[in-house]
Design a protein around this ligand. Structure first.
Ligand SMILES: Nc1ncnc2c1ncn2[C@@H]1O[C@H](COP(=O)(O)OP(=O)(O)OP(=O)(O)O)[C@@H](O)[C@H]1O
Length: 615
C-alpha cells in the first residue's frame, strides 16, 4: 500500500532536504572525559552520593543473603530437621530482610534519581551560561538547531548515565562477584558446571546488543531527519504554498518517513530475536543445574564424595535466576557509556570554546560613555578569504548623527558590529571616548549601546515585557512614555489587552513595522549613549515614518547615533554621511556637501528619486 502511493520525485530536485548526520552517536570509552564528567558529582560527594552508595550496598547485601537463608538454612536446617522454632525465626528474619531491602531500594532509587537530576541540572546550567557568553563568530558557524540539540538531547542522553549508570555499575559488579563467590563456597563442582553459561550470556549481551544498539541508533538518526524536515517545512510553509510545491514537499516527506518506518521495523525485529536467546541460555543453565545438581545430591545421599544438599540446590536455583539481570544491565551500561562519550565530547567541545571577544582582567568600567567614536586604520574580515573593511579611519563626535550608506555587502553592519564589539578588529583600533574598545568592560560598553535591527526580535511575553527588556527596572509609566515617544502607543492601545497583550515568540501576530516600533521603544527605555539603527525604519510605511521622524529626533537627541539606511530620505539630516564601497570609505560629508560633490551619494539619491518618479 505504502509503495503504491509513493510520490516520484523530479531528478532535478532530489537533493533537497538531505540532512547531514555528522554527529557521531557513539565514541570509544575515554577515561579523561569520564573523569571530567564524574567531576560534576563532586558537589554531592558528601551528601547524596554516599547515601546512594550505602543504600545500594545494604540492598545488594540483603539480596545476596536471602537465597542462602531460604535454601541452606530454611530448608536444610529447619524444614529437613523439622525444627519449627528455627523455621519461625528464619521466616521472621527473611521477612525482615525483604523489608530492609525494600526500604533501602526505595531510598537508593530516590537518592540516585535526585543525584542524576541535580548533575544534569548543573551541567545544563553550566553549558547554557557558557554558550550565552560566546562571541558572535561561534553563532555564525552553527545553526540554532544544532546548538539546541547539544543543550537538550546530548545532556538528556547523559541523564540515564548519571541516574542509573554509575551506581548500578558498582551494584552489578558487587552482585556478580558476590554470586560467583557464594556459589563456589557452597559447591565448587556445581558452580563450575553452571558458570559455563556465563560466557554465553556475555556473548549474547555484547554481540546481540551491539546489533540492537546500531538498529536503534538508526531509528534515532531517521527521526532526527524527520524532525528537521518537519521543522523546515512548517517554517517555510508560506513559501511552499505560494510556489505550489506541496506535492514535491510531500514526496520528500514520504521518502524520509519510509526510511523511518524501515528503521523501526528493523530495530523491533532485532529486539524480538534477543528475548528467545536470553531464555535459551537460562534454559541451558537450568538443565545443567537440574541434571548435575540432582546427580550431586544423589551422590551425597548415597554417602559419596559430594556434599550438595537439597537446600544448597535451592539456593543455586535462586542465584541462577539472579545472574542475567546484572549481566544484561552491564551490557546496557556499556551502550550507555559509548553514547555518553559521544554526547559528552560534543558538550565539552562547546564548554572548551572560549569567547573570541574576551574581557581584560583590568578592563575599565565607564559609568557614562560620552559617545565619541573613532576608527583608526581598522581592518576586518569575517573569514580569512575576504576583507569586510579595508583600513578605514573615521571619527564620530559625541552626540552626532552619522549615516552609513553603500551597496549591499559594503560593510555598514560590520562597522556597527565593531562598535558594539561583537567582533574584534583584525587590524587597527576602535576607540570610544579615547579608550581602546578592548580595554572597556563589555558590560559597561554594551549596556550603553542600543542596537535596533530591521529584523527585530520579540520574545514571548507581553508587549510590556518586551519594551521593558531595554531596562528591566522601568515602571509601567516609563514603558508607556517610551512607547508614546516613538509613536507605538496608538497601535498598542488598539490591541485586545493593550500593553498586557501576550505576543508569541518572534511576535508573529504583529506586523514587521509594529515590531520595529516596539524595538524603538525598547531602545529609548534603555537610554543609551550610542544608538545604532540598522535598517531600522525599512519596514515602516512612509506615512508612519514621517510620523516617527519627530520621535526619532527625540530618540537620537543627546546621543551618538549611527544610522544605516538604504532609504536615503531617512538620513538627509544626518551630521555626517559616510559612503562605503567594498569595505572602503569613498566619500563623507553632510547631504548638501555630498550632493554638490556629485559623486556616488549624488548618483544614489538621483537613482532613488528616478525610481520613485517612475512608480
Ligand atoms: N557573519 C558573517 N560571516 C561571514 N561573512 C560575513 C558575515 N557578515 C557579513 N559578512 C560579509 O561581510 C561583508 C560586509 O557585510 P555587511 O553586513 O557589513 O554589509 P552591509 O553593508 O551591512 O550590507 P547590507 O546593506 O546588505 O546589510 C559582506 O561581503 C558579507 O558577505
Amino acid at each position: 500500500m505504502r509503495r503504491k502511493h509513493k510520490i516520484e520525485l523530479n531528478d532535478n530536485v532530489k537533493k533537497r532536504f538531505y540532512y547531514s548526520t555528522d554527529q557521531a552517536i557513539e565514541k570509544p570509552f575515554n577515561w579523561k572525559q569520564m573523569w571530567r564528567l564524574l567531576a560534576y558529582m563532586k558537589p554531592y560527594s558528601k551528601t547524596l552520593l554516599p547515601l546512594a552508595i550505602i543504600t545500594m550496598l545494604i540492598a545488594t547485601g540483603v539480596r545476596l543473603a536471602i537465597p542462602i537463608i531460604i535454601g541452606k538454612y530454611l530448608y536444610d536446617d529447619a524444614i529437613a530437621q523439622k525444627d519449627m522454632d528455627l523455621l519461625t525465626k528464619l521466616a521472621i528474619v527473611v521477612g525482615a530482610l525483604y523489608l530492609v531491602s525494600y526500604v533501602a531500594n526505595a531510598f537508593r532509587i530516590r537518592w540516585m534519581n535526585m543525584l542524576g537530576q541535580k548533575v544534569i541540572y548543573d551541567l545544563r546550567k553550566h553549558l547554557f551560561s557558557h554558550v550565552q557568553g560566546l562571541s558572535h563568530r561561534f553563532f555564525d558557524q552553527r545553526s540554532a538547531g544544532s546548538i539546541l540539540v547539544r543543550i537538550m538531547n546530548d545532556i538528556n542522553s547523559l541523564q540515564e548515565l548519571f541516574t542509573n549508570g554509575v551506581i548500578n555499575l558498582l551494584m552489578d559488579f558487587i552482585l556478580l562477584i558476590g554470586i560467583v563467590v557464594i556459589l563456589f563456597i557452597l559447591s565448587p563442582e556445581l558452580a563450575t558446571a553452571i558458570l559455563i553459561i556465563l560466557p554465553l550470556m556475555f556473548f549474547i549481551s555484547t554481540s546481540l546488543r551491539r546489533k540492537i544498539r546500531r538498529a536503534w541508533q538508526d531509528v534515532r538518526i531517521k527521526q532526527a531527519m524527520l524532525n528537521s524536515h518537519l521543522n523546515e517545512s512548517i517554517q517555510g510553509i508560506r513559501v511552499t504554498q505560494s510556489f505550489t510545491q506541496e506535492r514535491e514537499n510531500m514526496g520528500f516527506f514520504d521518502r524520509i518517513n519510509s526510511e523511518n518506518f524501515e528503521s523501526w521495523k528493523n530495530a523491533t525485529r532485532q529486539n524480538a530475536i534477543f528475548r528467545p536467546f536470553v531464555e535459551m541460555t537460562n534454559a541451558v543453565g537450568t538443565v545443567i543445574l537440574i541434571w548435575f545438581g540432582a546427580y550431586l545430591i544423589q551422590v551425597n545421599l548415597t554417602g559419596g564424595s559430594s556434599s550438595l544438599t537439597v537446600g544448597v540446590f535451592i539456593s543455586f536455583a535462586f542465584y541462577l535466576g539472579m545472574f542475567w539481570e546484572p549481566i544484561s544491565r552491564l551490557g546496557q551500561l556499556y551502550n550507555m557509556l559509548l553514547v555518553g562519550m559521544a554526547s559528552s565530547e560534543r558538550i565539552f567541545e562547546f564548554l572548551d570554546e572560549k569567547p573570541i571577544v574576551d574581557e581584560k582582567e583590568d578592563a575599565v568600567q565607564i559609568e557614562t560613555i560620552n559617545g565619541e567614536i573613532e576608527f583608526k586604520d581598522v581592518e576586518f574580515s569575517y573569514d580569512s578569504k575576504r576583507k569586510a573593511l579595508n583600513k578605514i579611519s573615521l571619527k564620530m563626535e559625541a552626540g552626532q548623527t552619522v549615516a552609513l550608506v553603500g551597496h549591499t555587502g559594503s560593510g555598514k553592519t560590520t562597522i556597527a558590529n565593531l562598535i558594539s564589539r561583537f567582533y574584534d578588529a583584525t587590524g587597527g583600533e576602535v576607540l570610544i571616548d579615547g579608550h581602546n574598545i578592548k580595554d572597556i568592560s563589555l558590560k559597561s560598553l554594551r549596556s550603553q549601546i542600543s542596537v535596533v535591527l530591521q529584523d527585530t526580535f520579540i520574545f514571548s511575553g507581553t508587549i510590556n515585557d518586551n519594551i521593558r527588556f531595554g531596562r528591566p527596572t522601568a515602571t509601567d509609566e516609563e514603558v508607556k512614555a517610551a512607547a508614546e515617544a516613538v509613536g507605538a502607543n496608538a497601535f498598542i492601545e488598539r490591541l485586545k489587552n493593550g500593553y498586557e497583550t501576550e505576543v508569541e515568540e518572534r511576535g508573529n501576530v504583529l506586523s514587521v513595522g509594529e515590531r520595529q516600533l516596539i524595538s524603538f521603544a525598547r531602545a529609548l527605555l534603555a537610554d543609551p549613549s550610542i544608538i545604532i539603527l540598522d535598517e531600522a525604519t525599512a519596514s515602516i510605511d512612509t506615512e508612519t515614518e514621517m510620523q516617527i521622524q519627530q520621535a526619532l529626533k527625540q530618540l537620537l537627541k543627546g546621543r551618538t547615533a549611527i544610522i544605516i539606511a538604504h532609504r536615503l530620505s531617512t538620513i538627509r539630516e544626518a551630521d555626517n554621511i559616510i559612503v562605503l564601497d567594498h569595505g572602503n570609505i569613498m566619500e563623507q560629508g553632510n547631504h548638501d556637501q555630498l550632493m554638490n560633490h556629485e559623486g556616488i551619494y549624488y548618483r544614489l539619491v538621483k537613482a532613488q528619486f528616478t525610481m520613485l518618479d517612475v512608480s
